[in-house]
Each structure stands twice: as C-alpha cells, then as structure tokens.
Design a protein. Sequence first.
Length: 231
Amino acid sequence: MRKNYLLVSMLAFGFTVAAWGQENAPPPAKPADSGPTLAATMQFIQEKLSERGRIGWAETRSNQPGFTRRKFVQLTDVMADPAACTLYTSEAVDNAIELPPGRTLKPGGPLTVDDLHIHMAETDTISFKQIEKITVVKMQDIENQAFAEAAHPEVTATLTPPVFYVKLEASNAVFSVHTSTTKGAQAPVENETTSKINGFTFSDEDAANRVAKAMTHAMELCGGGPKKDLF
C-alpha cells in the first residue's frame, strides 16, 4: 500500500508543516512478486502431472456387499500454456465391476454385461483465471458427500488404498470437458459439458499438496481466486 510521508518541522515562534512526496515526488516502487514466475510454476505443474503415472483403487459400498468397483486413471497428455493461463489435459479412465462369487447377472436387472467394463477418454481445459478455490480432499470423502447430497446418507463408500484429490472449484461452470465413453461392446458415446468442479487424483498426499500449492500460486498470478464484491 502506498503512503505519503509527512515531515513535521518545529521552528522557533511557529510551526511549519512540510508535506514531502505528496504530489511532486514519484511514488515508491512496488515490491516485486515473491515466488516462482508463472512460466516456472506452470512448467512444474505440467511435469508433476505428467509423471503421476497410472493410479488405481478399489471401492466397496455398504449397500452392495460383495461388489467391488475398480477404477484406474492415467493422464495421457498434459500441456500448460502460461501465456493463456490454461492447462490442457487428456486422461484415460477405466472402470470395472467385480461381482460376488457365484453371482450372475439377470436379464432386465440394474446391471448388464456392458456395465461391468467402461472405458472413458476425457479431455479438459482449465483456466487458472477462473479457478476460485483449490483444496486437497480424500476421494472417499467426496464419494460419501455425493451419497449424502443425493439423499442417501445411509450409503457409505470405502476406497482402498486411500486416494487424494486436488479439487478445483468455481462458482460458475467454467471447466470444459469432452468425454468419449465406451461401455462394454457398445459404440462410444461423445459428450461435451462444462462443470463447476474439476481436479486430479493422486496416490500420494504429499505430491497432491505440492501440486495444489503450485496451482494456487498460478491461480493468484493469473488473477483467479475468490470473487470479491466491488462495493
């Protein structure tokens, strides 16, 4: 914050107030931004996401004993563009459902053979100018919160091993997502959506926190962050 400094000089038989730097003198120099540059920060984010590798976990649900859902995610392409403050990613997601021993699928049931194996190719566009909040949360907590918000608090999910999610949030649907989903032997289904939430999974909590810290720095350098009222 800039300040004007006043020098008050007391003279014999009177007082004279001299205002220094109020009009004619140039303002003090603005301190340089601390921390890595935007280019270095975006490069760090790109490298850490690229080296993340394939992450997998198993999920069981309290209302479906014996069923195991296995999920594997892997970023196949990551490009950070500091000039546009934008991150472009491509990700492969594989879901598989394992039935309890001796259980078979019945015609007309809630699950079909095609539901047991689902592959999705996803591409995302994320602007750091539009991100408002970045946190690291457990994926298990996200799953259970979703059940509670869907009016099913009695359903709980357990993820093994623990998975951590760098959660990116905005008050508007600003994250662009394109998906191509293939269920079993069916033809792929293309879909283009926008979302208020996006993010990345990590098997290591420390790695998730480091990337979240770098993304927060990029968000601040790009002018993102919580929206502030003008008045």
